[in-house]
Design a protein around this ligand. Structure first.
Ligand code: ZN
Length: 157
């Protein structure tokens, strides 16, 4: 278990120091800002969707290593996923870190690379750091979805 923990630490430190997809998208279709006042983590997330598929994701901002690593891993994992798949991944991840299922192999296998962040479930104060990017993604997607619903309503009037 210690070796696994060390490996997890390395991935978190690597993504925290060299975040992937750091920046903004010129052609974003979805956008949201996330702030975690407990730790001071602050991110801006841009997504580009084609139909139901997330084709691009980028973030910028600043915060602790866990929040940056989580956002970095998330943007890598979101590309190519449908909105439904992204939301499912978020709810699986949320469940593991809030309900302490981090030792269940079946739960971890659903999370793929995100498993590296599940150690935060032992530190309740850090759970918000790990989930901030995902809450921000959820907000970005649901803002746009409500606009789509409104447009559809107009069409049927
Ligand atoms: Zn933090």
């Amino acid at each position: 278990m210690n070796e696994i923990r060390e490996l997890y630490q390395e991935v978190i430190i690597d993504h925290g120091r060299h975040p992937r997809n750091f920046g903004s998208l010129e052609d974003k279709t979805h956008h949201a800002e996330g702030f975690n006042p407990l730790c001071g983590d602050h991110i801006y997330l841009d997504l580009h969707l084609e139909g139901d598929i997330i084709t691009e994701a980028a973030f910028r901002g600043e915060g602790c290593a866990i929040s940056m690593a989580s956002a970095s891993l998330m943007t890598e994992m979101l590309k190519g996923k449908t909105v439904g798949q992204a939301e499912t991944l978020f709810s699986d991840f949320h469940q593991v870190v809030t309900e302490g299922k981090a030792n269940h192999a079946a739960e971890l296998s659903k999370l793929g690379k995100l498993s590296v962040l599940t150690g935060v479930c032992e530190y309740p104060a850090r759970v918000k750091c790990a989930t901030l990017a995902w809450h921000t993604m959820h907000n970005a997607l649901s803002n746009q979805l409500s606009e789509i619903v409104a447009t559809t309503d107009d069409e049927y009037e």
